[in-house]
Design a protein around this ligand. Structure first.
Ligand code: ADP
Length: 587
């Protein structure tokens, strides 16, 4: 029950704030559809009584015109509301997509690497789509339920006035019927849970067979037979599952049908008896027969909409959970200026969430303002993790990181993020223009000068619309697909445009050819200027451009000093690595 309350509160409130008209339309439509059956219920008996009684033509015409007129107006209102509701429903769907998307982008970064959080995003997305029908699907059931309650109340009043015994029979019948529906729902819920596994396997084989990426392996390793057999096997399981569901529900459906038939027969006999005994007129006879059928429908509608509402809210609840997902990092409020900083790691250790292994183990280092630090070490030594901690994508498990003597957890998060311009190994370009990929919403005075500086002069010259050319072809047929090296240079230009006091380049030259790499190295100091810089690289020749070098090994800083100092350490990691690479280049 709390799930239904939470879903309705969050979803309806969010929608009502943005599109209040949506609920006004739904309320009007609910009132109209609730009133519709009562038009005939009250006017038809008057017509019948007139026909078998006075046969006043004027009165008959008036009643018929009223019946038809009200039907026409109500149907028109219903159609108009439905038309507008459908329009708003698509807009609302998009609006919730945006809300989910925005929340994903605002999540603490570490949650984007967390399996549970990723699953929750997926559940929220699917939960708000066809599983629940979104706000439209859920509010349909909600308003259907309220409408059915009103209808039931109307029919009950009519029956209570003229045929209380029939009403009592209807109540007993409805209780039995609700029991049967409950049993059937239980089977369906159980079947749904079992079916999701069958469907997953079924879907896997179905999709893999038609996925062109598997084409080569299927052909060259003759996987066709195995795939088709597995698919057939799952089809058999799926079929037998449907059979079980159908067979289990069948007796309940049968009893339900006969019970309903029995109720109708009783109703006709009983009401006919009242008419024969002249307790009621012919008009009331038709009214009671209609009210009996109407009440049955309204109760059925109530049961259906409640069951649907529970089911749909269960799915949509994943959205509520996701939007309330707890923050992973505590955020401070201390302001921080955009200026040169002193950075210090003090006894910093770190294990990734839900793991025990210390990826960083007692790291201590102090970087003076404007210093250029080269970070080297074998793969997996903890270099990127060190940078992630500095950028507050994660917090240390032990120890502290100080910027200008203050624990970075105390700083205002957004302002702190403004201090860093990193180019990660796995940077991403977006399907916007080259200019937008570099500046985003920032004011970057001279993009062309920037692209020239990172060696993109010829690339930009070759583009029809210069830096206004779109990257990739998603939005623009004329879009450009930059090479890996060009993409990396755009990412470097992006970092420079941010004009942050600390520049971080994590293997920025990995996709560059040797000449482009040399150009970047050569210009490195002028590119970064007087800013602090962290430079992760496997190519040790780059270290010569930096003030100091930190050699990471097994999660700690094994060696630290200038190139000249480290080169001299006998048997040192850096000396050996440098020697090996120099030899490789010389040979
Ligand atoms: P480097 O940059 O020196 O190659 P990393 O800092 O990327 O090393 O990784 C250090 C260790 O942390 C590696 O063993 C890696 O497998 C592990 N690691 C990196 N990212 C994650 C993560 N998100 N979750 C768990 N372990 C991770």
């Amino acid at each position: 029950m709390y799930k239904i309350r939470a879903v309705i509160k969050v979803l309806f409130r969010t929608t009502a704030k943005k599109y209040p008209i949506f609920f006004i339309l739904k309320t009007i439509r609910m009132l109209v559809t609730t009133a519709m059956p009562f038009i005939a219920l009250f006017i038809s008996p008057l017509i019948v009584d007139e026909i078998v009684g006075d046969r006043d033509v004027n009165r008959l015409i008036t009643l018929a015109a009223l019946l038809i007129g009200l039907e026409v107006v109500f149907r028109l209102l219903n159609d108009l509301c439905t038309n507008y509701i459908n329009r708003y429903s698509t807009r609302i769907e998009r609006y919730f997509d945006i809300l989910i998307g925005r929340h994903v982008m605002e999540l603490d970064f570490q949650l984007t690497e967390d399996k549970e959080a990723l699953e929750q995003i997926e559940k929220a997305r699917t939960g708000m789509e066809w599983y629940s029908g979104g706000v439209n699907g859920i509010s349909d059931q909600f308003f259907d339920f309220i409408g059915s309650v009103f209808k039931a109340a109307g029919f009950i009043t009519v029956l209570a006035l003229h045929a209380p015994i029939l009403l009592a029979v209807m109540v007993v019948y409805s209780v039995f019927n609700a029991l049967l529906v409950y049993k059937r729902n239980k089977i369906n819920i159980e079947a749904f849970a079992k079916l999701s596994k069958v469907n997953r396997l079924f879907g896997y084989f179905g999709w893999t067979i038609v996925d062109p990426r598997f084409g080569k392996d299927i052909r060259l390793y003759d996987a066709k037979g195995m795939m088709v057999d597995s698919w057939k096997d799952n089809t058999r399981k799926s079929n037998s599952h449907w059979k079980w569901q159908g067979d289990s529900c069948f007796p309940f459906i049968l009893v339900s049908e006969y019970l309903s038939l029995g109720r109708s027969i009783f109703a006709y006999f009983y009401v006919a008896l009242l008419a024969i005994r002249k307790v009621i007129g012919v008009g009331t006879f038709t009214q009671l027969v209609a009210a009996e059928g109407g009440l049955d429908n309204a109760i059925g509608g109530m049961v259906r909409s409640v069951t649907e509402l529970i089911k749909r809210c269960n799915y949509a609840y994943e959205y509520v959970v996701f939007m309330d997902y707890p923050e992973a990092l505590a955020k401070g409020t201390r302001p921080i200026e955009k200026k040169q900083h002193e950075i210090e790691f003090r006894h910093v250790s770190f294990a990734y969430p839900k793991t025990d292994r210390k990826v960083l183990d007692d790291v201590n280092i102090k970087i003076v303002p404007g210093e250029h630090l080269s970070i080297v070490g074998l793969n997996g030594a903890g270099k990127t993790t060190f940078i992630k901690l500095l950028c507050r994508l994660y917090d240390p498990t032990e120890g502290e990181i100080l910027v200008d003597g203050v624990d970075i957890r105390e700083y205002d998060y957004a302002q702190y993020m403004e201090q860093f311009a990193p180019v990660f190994q796995d940077f991403k370009l977006f399907a916007f223009s080259v200019k937008e990929n570099i500046s985003f919403t920032r004011d970057c005075p001279d993009i062309t000068a920037l692209t020239d500086r990172v060696g993109l002069h010829d690339f930009v010259e070759g583009l029809d619309k210069g830096t206004d050319t779109n990257i990739f072809k998603f939005f623009d047929e004329e879009g450009v697909e930059p090479s890996g090296g060009e993409q990396q240079k755009i990412a470097i230009a992006r970092a420079l445009c941010k004009d942050a006091p600390v520049v971080i380049l994590d293997e920025p030259t990995a996709a560059l050819d040797p000449i482009a790499e040399y150009e970047i190295y050569k210009q490195f100091n002028s590119l970064v200027g007087g800013k602090s810089a962290f430079y992760i690289s496997h190519r040790l020749s780059s270290c010569q451009f930096c003030d100091r070098i930190a050699v990471f090994s097994d999660g700690h800083i094994a060696e630290y000093g200038t190139h000249a100092e480290l080169e001299k350490i006998d048997g040192g990691i850096y000396a050996e690595m440098f020697e090996a690479q120099a030899k490789y280049y010389k040979d």
